[in-house]
Design a protein around this ligand. Structure first.
Ligand code: BGC
Length: 762
C-alpha cells in the first residue's frame, strides 16, 4: 500500500514540478536549478508523508484521474474461464476480474499480467464457493437445518480459507433468497422460508466468508425464490409490504454484516428486471441502506435485458444496467464492448462510470489486493484439506441431519447384526454440480456402507444399489437389492435426487423420488424388514407415501465430505440428530406454497364445516412443519412466562421456559419463540419466529432458557415500505417447532412517544 501511495504522490509531484518549470522558463538557469532542487526535496518529503496518510478514497481518486475510458470500463469487466480469455487482456487493462479459475498457476498468470498493466491494478478472482472448496461442506439448506449459526459461520470461514489458498478473493455467496416453493431447484442454496432465521444465517455466512479472506456476494437481489409457479427464471410478483417484511431482511442482514458485494437476480420484480432496477439497486441499496460495495450482474444478465424486452440491443442494455446501479458485467462483455461509446456520446455521464469504477477499486483496496496481489502456487497444498476444515465439515454435517420419523428402529440396537444399504447414493461422489469448482480435486467421500463397517466392525453390512445410476431413473440389479434386503435385519434405503434434479435450472412439478426409487422403496417395505429411509435431496419432496413405507426417516440436503460418516454415526447412535426443517414439507404439490408464517383467513379451518378456507381433498397443514425435527431424546418444555407482560416500544420482551431432557442420553433441541400480533392495522401472520436457541442437555437435565425479543423487531411495513411498531395485544408461543403450543400473552404498550415511520420504500 505504501509503495503504491508513494508512487502516486511521486507522480503527482513530478507533474507539478514540470508545470512550475514551464511557467518560469524566463528565470536565470541557476535560479531555476535551485528552485527545482528545493521543490524536488519538498515534494520528496510530501510524498513520504503522504505515503502513510493518503486515505483509500484519495488513492482511488488518484487512480481514476489517470485512467482512460477503456481502462475504466476494463475494471467493470468480469470474464470467466469458459471464455478462454488470454492474460493479455489483463495486461492491457481490460479486465477487472476473472472467475472460475481454480488452478493457482493459471490465476498467477493473470495476476502477473495485471501487474504489468499501465496502472498495475490487481485483479478480482471469483468463484461460487457455495458449500466448500476442496473440503466439501453440507449444502446451505442442510447447514441451515442445524439452526446453529456458529457452525454455519465456521463452514463459510473454512470454505473461504481453502478458496483463498488458490488465489480466489471473491465468492458469489451467500444466496439468501427466501423460498417457500420447493418446485424451484435453487432452494438448496438458501436457508428456507423464514426471514428471521434467514437473516441470522445470512449474517453468519457473510462474516464467515469475509473472515476467511474472500469478499462475500449477497444474492440474488431480490425475490428470486418467489418465481411464479416455481419455474426457474420466471417472473416474480411480490406486494411491497411482503417484499419488505419477508424477502428483504436477509439482504439487509448480510449488508449490515459487511457483505462487500451484491448480485441482482435474473428475474423481473413486479415487471422491472432486477438487473435494471434503479429503485432497488440505487435508491434502496445505496440511498437508504448506505451500501458502498460492488454490484455485480448475474451471468449474462445484462445482455438478457433484451429478452426481458427493455433494451433493443447490447448497447442499450449496458447503459440501462449501469445507470440503474450495476457496477460489473459478469460474462456478457457488453460493458467492455459498448460503454466507451455510450460515454463518448454523452448517453452515460462520466461521473456515473467513475462511480462504478470507484466501487470496484474500493473493493480491491478493502481486500488488500494492492498489497498482496499474487497467489503463491507453492504454498497452496498446505492450506487445503486441513484438519480444521475437516472437523468443521464433520461438525456441520452431524448437526444438519433431520430425523423426521422414528418408530423405534433408530438408533440401531445391539440386536441388529446385518444391515443392507440399498440405493445408488451410497457411494455417489457428492459435489458434481456447477456450484463446485470446475476441475478442482475434492477430498474423497467415504461411502455409507464403508463408514458403517469402519465404525461398527461387528456389523455385517452389505450394499446393493438396486438402481443403475444416482438419478435412480433405471433399474439396476433389482433382484440383488431385494435379496440383500431380505437377508438383513434392517434396511437402510439411501435414496434421493441427484444429477439434473437439483439446483439451478431444475424446477420440478412432480416432487416425487425420481425414477424408479419410489417403486424400490415399496419393494423394500414389502420384504417386511424395518426400513430406515435416508434421503439426500435438493429440496423438500412430497413424502406422503415414503413416510408410510419407512420405519424411520432421516432427511438430508447433501451433507458434504463427512456427510456419510455423520449419517453412519447417527444410525449407530454415536450422534444424536438435532436438525430442524427450515422449509415446511408439503403433503402434495397442490398445497404449494405451504409455509408456516401465513396470514390468518376470515374463515379458518373448522372441523366438519363448509365454506371454510380448506381443501376438500387434503388437510391444510404440511406433512412436516417448519422447525420440526426429532432426536433420540424426549424433551419436555413447561412453565413458559414473560417477565413483564407490558413491553414498551423501546423495550425488550423477556420470556423464560423450562426444558427437560427426559431420557438417558444427552441431546440438543432448538427452543423456538414465535409471536402473533392479535390486532393491528394490517392482518399479521399467524406466527412469526422471533428468537431461538439451540441447547445441549445432559440425561435428565432440566434448564430454564431465556429468549429475548426487541420490541422494535415486532413491527411491519406498509405498502410504501414504511416500518411501524404498533402497540397492541400479542400472543407468544414457545416450543420445538412452529407448532409450539406453550403460550403466553403480552402487550406492546404505547410509550407516549411519537413514532416516526422509517420508510425504505423505493
Ligand atoms: C447464478 C449465480 C452464480 C453465477 C456464476 C448464475 O447462473 O445464478 O448465482 O453466481 O451463475 O456462476
Amino acid at each position: 500500500m505504501k509503495s503504491f501511495a508513494f508512487q502516486n504522490a511521486w507522480r503527482r509531484g513530478c507533474g507539478m514540478l514540470c508545470a512550475i518549470a514551464r511557467r518560469h522558463q524566463a528565470l536565470p538557469r541557476t535560479t531555476k536549478k535551485r528552485l527545482a532542487g528545493a521543490l524536488f526535496l519538498a515534494l520528496l518529503c510530501l510524498a513520504f508523508i503522504q505515503s502513510g496518510h493518503l486515505t483509500t478514497e484519495e488513492k482511488i481518486d488518484a487512480l481514476i484521474a489517470q485512467m482512460t475510458i477503456e481502462e475504466k470500463v476494463g475494471q467493470l469487466n468480469l470474464v470467466g474461464r469458459e471464455q478462454s480469455v488470454s492474460p493479455d487482456n489483463a495486461r492491457a487493462g481490460r479486465l477487472g476480474g476473472i472467475m472460475n479459475y481454480v488452478d493457482p498457476k493459471e490465476v498467477r498468470a493473470f495476476q502477473e499480467a495485471a501487474a504489468q498493466s499501465r496502472l498495475k491494478i490487481p485483479l478480482l478472482v471469483a468463484l461460487d464457493a457455495v458449500h466448500g472448496f476442496s473440503t466439501d461442506f453440507p449444502f446451505p439448506l442442510s447447514q441451515a437445518s442445524s439452526w446453529n449459526p456458529s457452525l454455519i459461520e465456521q463452514s463459510s470461514h473454512w470454505t473461504a480459507r481453502e478458496a483463498a489458498a488458490v488465489g480466489i478473493n471473491w465468492t458469489f455467496a451467500p444466496m439468501v433468497d427466501l423460498s417457500r416453493d420447493p418446485r424451484w431447484g435453487r432452494v438448496l442454496e438458501g436457508a428456507g422460508e423464514d426471514p428471521y432465521l434467514g437473516s441470522v444465517i445470512a449474517a453468519a455466512r457473510t462474516r464467515g466468508y469475509q473472515a476467511g479472506g474472500v469478499a462475500a456476494t449477497v444474492k440474488h437481489f431480490v425475490g428470486y425464490g418467489a418465481v411464479e409457479a416455481g419455474r426457474e427464471y420466471n417472473a416474480v410478483w411480490i406486494p411491497p409490504a411482503e417484499l419488505h417484511d419477508m424477502y428483504l431482511p436477509p439482504f439487509k442482514a448480510a449488508i449490515d454484516a459487511g457483505s462487500m458485494t451484491l448480485m441482482p437476480a435474473f428475474i423481473t420484480l413486479d415487471g422491472v428486471p432486477a438487473t435494471a432496477h434503479r429503485g432497488l439497486l440505487t435508491d434502496l441499496l445505496r440511498g437508504k441502506w448506505g451500501f458502498d460495495g460492488v454490484v455485480v450482474s448475474d451471468f449474462l444478465s445484462i445482455h438478457e435485458l433484451q429478452q426481458h424486452g427493455i433494451a433493443k440491443d447490447d448497447a442499450d442494455a449496458a447503459r440501462e444496467a449501469l445507470l440503474a446501479g450495476v457496477d460489473m458485467d459478469m460474462m456478457a462483455r457488453v460493458y467492455i464492448d459498448h460503454l466507451p461509446d455510450e460515454v463518448r456520446a454523452g448517453r452515460v455521464p462520466m461521473p456515473v462510470l467513475d462511480e462504478a469504477v470507484r466501487h470496484v477499486l474500493r473493493l480491491k483496496f478493502r481486500l488488500g489486493l494492492f498489497d498482496k496481489p499474487m497467489v503463491d502456487p507453492t504454498a497452496v497444498a498446505a492450506q487445503l484439506q486441513t484438519d480444521g476444515a475437516l472437523q468443521a465439515s464433520h461438525a456441520m454435517a452431524r448437526e444438519s441431519l433431520i430425523l423426521l420419523k422414528n418408530d423405534g428402529v433408530l438408533p440401531l440396537s445391539k440386536a441388529v447384526k446385518h444391515v443392507a444399504v440399498i440405493g445408488a447414493l451410497n457411494g455417489m461422489d457428492e459435489g458434481v454440480y456447477w456450484t463446485d469448482p470446475a476441475g478442482f480435486p475434492r477430498r474423497p467421500i467415504e461411502a455409507l456402507d464403508q463408514a458403517l463397517k469402519r465404525l461398527a466392525p461387528q456389523l455385517d453390512v452389505t450394499f446393493a444399489p438396486g438402481v443403475k445410476n444416482t438419478c435412480g431413473t433405471e433399474w439396476g440389479d433389482r433382484d440383488a437389492a431385494l435379496r440383500a434386503a431380505r437377508e438383513a435385519d434392517v434396511i437402510v434405503a439411501y435414496l434421493g435426487e441427484d444429477c439434473k434434479f437439483l439446483d439451478e435450472a431444475a424446477s420440478r412439478t412432480n416432487l416425487n423420488l425420481p425414477g424408479v426409487q419410489g417403486d424400490l422403496l415399496r419393494a423394500l417395505k414389502a420384504t417386511g424388514k424395518p426400513v430406515v429411509l435416508v434421503l439426500a435431496t435438493g429440496r423438500p419432496l412430497v413424502l406422503t407415501d415414503a413416510v408410510e413405507e419407512s420405519d424411520a426417516l432421516i432427511q438430508t440436503f447433501y451433507t458434504g465430505t463427512e456427510g456419510r460418516i455423520a449419517i453412519a454415526e447417527t444410525l449407530l447412535g454415536l450422534v444424536n440428530p438435532s436438525g430442524k426443517l427450515t422449509m415446511s414439507m408439503p403433503r402434495s404439490e397442490g398445497q404449494i406454497p405451504v409455509y408456516y408464517n401465513h396470514l390468518p383467513t376470515g374463515r379458518p379451518e373448522l372441523v366438519g364445516k363448509r365454506y371454510q378456507s380448506v381443501y376438500i381433498d387434503a388437510p391444510n397443514d404440511p406433512l412436516f412443519p417448519f422447525g420440526f425435527g426429532l432426536s433420540y431424546n424426549h424433551f419436555v418444555m413447561s412453565d413458559v412466562r414473560v417477565m413483564d407482560a407490558q413491553v414498551p416500544r423501546d423495550g425488550t420482551l423477556d420470556a423464560r421456559v423450562t426444558i427437560r431432557n427426559d431420557s438417558d442420553v444427552a441431546g440438543q433441541d432448538v427452543v423456538q419463540l414465535y409471536t402473533h400480533q392479535l390486532v393491528a392495522s394490517r392482518s399479521r401472520p399467524v406466527r412469526e419466529l422471533k428468537a431461538f436457541t439451540k441447547v445441549l442437555l445432559q440425561p435428565h437435565e432440566s434448564r430454564e432458557v431465556t429468549l429475548q425479543v426487541k420490541a422494535t423487531s415486532l413491527g411491519f411495513h406498509d405498502d410504501k415500505g414504511c416500518y411501524r411498531v404498533e402497540p397492541g395485544p400479542f400472543k407468544l408461543y414457545v416450543g420445538d417447532s412452529s407448532l409450539a403450543d406453550l403460550a403466553a400473552d403480552f402487550e406492546l404498550v404505547d410509550d407516549g412517544k411519537e413514532q416516526s415511520a422509517e420508510c425504505t420504500g423505493f
